[in-house]
Design a protein around this ligand. Structure first.
Ligand SMILES: [Zn+2]
Length: 334
């Protein structure tokens, strides 16, 4: 496969609109802080996230981690055009050995995680749940476009760390990412109701003069001891942008009563921030009986035969837990 880096730079094309004070869930809000050459996106997820996580009844720490991966995917994948597809997956040696988030432009999200219940402990953070391995991001822009895959090593760090590493190494765009996932309990007539919520922000420094975006190497690597490490003074605008985003608290990112516009205003009002048309997101699987049937047909006859139990073949979609049932005849078992 030809590997060609996609254009992950945020381009501002959408029309400007008046800010809304009303919180909008399940949407990505692009923004720009012109005075600091910053562009970014803010994601707020409510019902769509709750739908994905609740279908699987994940233990809280697994739900939180998968939620972070979903937010990160929306931040990275929402610039895709046409019928593009962005897939984020991790393969690691920790208690959560595999997770996948599949975003299909313009708005469809689905995801699931595989985990070992016996290795889960209270209070495990994202880094220890993942362990060591890698994170892969695949971008598919349609049949006549090349497929792109970016890989980042995971070494006990969080998904935020992995995103920073990716942008430093592969894209060389100064980038900051914040991810937050929380559980909300609301009182009601029939007892407290549980809901998942999440939020995230991605901010990039895109000055017109590229030399302003130069970054210091995060790690000196295998430079011999005493060697002079790569020193780069960061641009003042980027230093200021990072310190502003550094003040965002998790509760602000997931607060159901705080609109995205208000949060951005809170962060950047001194410099002036413009927001653009939000992109709506929804949780919807793309599985179908036809697709499952085609998959069964691609299996070797013996494998198909081994799938027959109690006179039928059952296939469960790992993304949405939908169950598809076939007769042996329909499943192509001779
Ligand atoms: Zn499905």
């Amino acid at each position: 496969m030809v590997s060609q880096s996609p254009d992950t730079k945020i381009s501002i094309k959408s029309p400007i609109r008046a800010p809304s004070a009303v919180p909008v869930d399940d949407a990505v809000l692009p923004f720009e802080v012109d005075a600091l050459d910053l562009r970014g996106r803010l994601t707020r997820l409510g019902p769509a996230l709750d739908d994905i996580l609740t279908k699987h009844d994940y233990p809280p720490q697994v739900g939180k981690l998968l939620g972070e991966a979903i937010v990160l995917t929306t931040l990275l994948g929402s610039t895709l055009k046409f019928d593009g597809r962005f897939i984020l997956q991790t393969q690691t040696d920790g208690p959560v050995s595999f997770l996948i988030v599949d975003f299909q432009a313009p708005d469809r999200l689905r995801a699931y995680a595989r985990f070992d219940k016996k290795r889960l402990r209270d209070g495990q953070d994202s880094g220890s749940l993942l362990g060591k391995g890698h994170l892969a991001m695949t971008i598919d822009q349609g049949a006549d476009m090349s497929r792109y895959q970016g890989l980042v090593a995971l070494d006990g760090g969080s998904l935020e760390d992995a995103a920073h590493e990716y942008f430093l190494r592969s894209e060389q765009i100064p980038t900051r990412v914040r991810l937050a996932v929380g559980e909300e309990w609301r009182g009601g007539g029939d007892g407290p109701k549980h809901r998942w919520r999440a939020g995230g922000i991605l901010m990039q420094f895109l000055p017109k003069a590229p030399e302003r975006a130069r970054q210091a190497d995060l790690h000196p690597g295998d430079a011999p001891e005493g060697a002079v490490t790569h020193q780069v003074a960061e641009d003042d605008a980027w230093v200021e942008g990072q310190s502003l985003i550094g003040t965002v608290e998790d509760v602000e990112l997931i607060d159901p009563d705080l609109s995205g516009e208000r949060l951005l205003y809170r962060l950047f009002h001194e410099r002036g921030v413009r927001v653009f048309k939000p992109l709506a997101l929804r949780a919807q699987c793309s599985c179908s009986r036809e697709a499952v049937s085609a998959m069964l047909n691609s299996f070797a006859p013996q494998d198909r035969a081994e799938m027959v139990k109690d006179g039928k073949v059952m296939v469960t979609c790992e993304f949405c837990s939908s169950v598809y049932q076939f007769t042996p005849d329909e499943a192509g078992v001779e």
